[in-house]
Design a protein around this ligand. Structure first.
Ligand SMILES: NC(=O)c1ccc[n+]([C@@H]2O[C@H](COP(=O)([O-])OP(=O)(O)OC[C@H]3O[C@@H](n4cnc5c(N)ncnc54)[C@H](O)[C@@H]3O)[C@@H](O)[C@H]2O)c1
Length: 318
C-alpha cells in the first residue's frame, strides 16, 4: 500500500487533505510542529488506525528522516504543505519565510533521497506571480513576486524541479489563491471573526475594500489535488487551481460577513487599495489546464465565501 506523507497535516488545508486521503483508504503519516496547526483539526484522523501523527519540525532534516523510518521499503507519496502561512510576518522579517517556507521544502529533498518517493505534490501559491495583467496562465513569465512568501515558494518550486531529475519521482505543483472554509488558521474571514470577537461594535477592514481576488472553498481545492493525483501524467506538472469567476471584492466579503455572522457590526474601511505591503490587490488565474484534466469548481468566489462564513460561524458556536 502507498503511504502518503503530509507535511503541515494539522493546519487548515493539510487536515482536510488528511481526512480525504484516509477516506480514500490510504495509510497516512501526518507531520506538523503545531506552530500554526492544531491537533483538534485532526480529531477525526486520529481515530483511524491507518493514520500516524508525528510532531516534528519539518525543516530539521535529521529529525525528519529519523521520524520516518517506517517508510523504508514502502512506496511513498509526499504532500508538502508545511510553510509559513502568515504573509505579513514574512514581510516584517523575511527569515520567517526562508526558514519555514524554503527550508522545509529543502528538507523534503532528503525524503526523496532516503525513500522510494513515487509522487511529490507541492502546495505553492498564486503569490509567485506577483502583479500580472489579465488572466494568468501557468506559462506566464518572468515571475517577480512581491512578498518573501511568494519568493520562497517560487524557490521551492525550482529546487523540487531540479531534484526530481535524479529520480523517477513525478512532481505536481499547485498554485492557488485564497482558500476559505472550516479550520482556517489565517486569511480574511479568520481575521474578521477574530476582530469582531474583540470588538463587536466596529469591524476595521484592512484597505479600502476595492481589493479584488478569487476565493476557493477548501473542499474544491482538495478535489483538485486528488484529480491531479489521478489524471496528471507529466513528470513536472504545474497547475493553477481557482474558481471560474473573475473575483469578489473585500467590500462584498465584509458585507456578507456582517449579514451572516454579525448584523450589528459597523464596517470601517481603510484608505489604501491594498491590505498590506506584499499584497497583490488584483489577480485572476486561468484554470483551463486543470479543467482539461477533468476538475470543475462548483462555487464562484462569493459562494465559497458564503459557505465558509456559515462554517466558521458554526465552528465558533455563534
Ligand atoms: N490558505 C490559503 O489561502 C493558501 C493559499 C495559497 C497557498 N497556500 C499554501 O497551502 C499550504 C497550507 O496552508 P494553510 O492555509 O493550511 O496554512 P496553515 O498555517 O493552516 O498550515 C500550515 C501548517 O504547517 C505547519 N508548519 C509550519 N512550519 C512548520 C515546520 N517547520 N515544521 C512542521 N510544520 C510546520 C503549521 O503548524 C501549520 O499547521 C501552505 O504551504 C500555504 O503556503 C495556502
Amino acid at each position: 500500500m502507498t503511504v502518503s506523507v503530509v507535511t503541515g497535516a494539522a493546519g487548515f488545508i493539510g487536515s482536510h487533505l488528511v481526512d480525504r486521503l484516509l477516506g480514500l483508504g490510504h495509510r497516512v503519516v501526518g507531520l506538523d510542529d503545531l506552530s500554526l496547526g492544531q491537533m483538534k483539526n485532526l480529531s477525526q484522523a486520529v481515530k483511524c488506525d491507518r493514520f500516524r501523527f508525528l510532531k516534528t519540525d519539518v525543516g530539521n532534516q535529521s529529525e525528519l528522516i529519523a521520524g520516518l523510518d517506517e517508510l523504508r521499503g514502502a512506496a511513498v507519496e509526499v504532500w508538502h504543505l508545511a510553510a509559513n502561512s502568515d504573509i505579513q510576518a514574512g514581510v516584517a522579517d523575511p527569515s520567517v519565510d526562508l526558514e519555514r517556507t524554503f527550508l522545509t521544502s529543502f528538507a523534503v529533498l532528503r525524503i526523496l533521497d532516503r525513500f522510494e518517493v513515487k509522487r511529490l505534490f507541492f502546495s505553492s501559491t498564486s503569490a509567485v506571480y506577483g502583479p500580472q495583467p489579465g488572466k494568468i496562465k501557468e506559462s506566464i513569465g518572468p515571475l517577480l513576486p512581491i512578498s518573501a512568501y511568494g519568493a520562497m515558494k517560487l524557490a521551492s518550486e525550482a529546487v523540487f524541479s531540479a531534484h526530481v531529475e535524479k529520480y523517477p519521482t513525478q512532481l505536481s505543483i499547485f498554485r492557488f489563491p485564497n482558500v476559505v472554509g472550516s479550520r482556517s488558521t489565517h486569511g480574511i474571514l479568520f481575521d474578521f471573526f477574530n476582530r469582531a470577537a474583540s470588538n463587536p461594535k466596529t469591524l476595521e477592514v484592512l484597505g479600502n475594500g476595492t481589493q479584488q481576488k478569487q476565493y476557493l472553498h477548501v473542499s474544491e481545492l482538495i478535489d483538485a489535488m486528488i484529480c491531479v493525483r489521478s489524471a496528471c501524467q507529466e513528470k513536472r506538472g504545474l497547475y493553477n487551481i481557482g474558481p471560474l469567476d473573475t473575483s469578489t471584492t473585500v467590500r462584498a466579503i465584509a458585507a456578507a460577513f456582517k449579514e451572516i455572522a454579525h448584523p450589528e457590526i459597523e464596517l470601517k474601511f481603510g484608505q489604501s487599495d491594498r491590505g498590506w505591503v506584499g499584497d497583490v490587490p488584483r489577480f485572476e488565474l486561468d484554470v483551463s489546464k486543470i479543467c482539461d484534466l477533468g476538475w470543475r469548481p462548483h462555487f464562484n468566489s462569493n459562494e465559497a465565501i458564503f459557505r465558509a462564513i456559515e462554517e466558521l460561524k458554526q465552528e465558533r458556536n455563534l
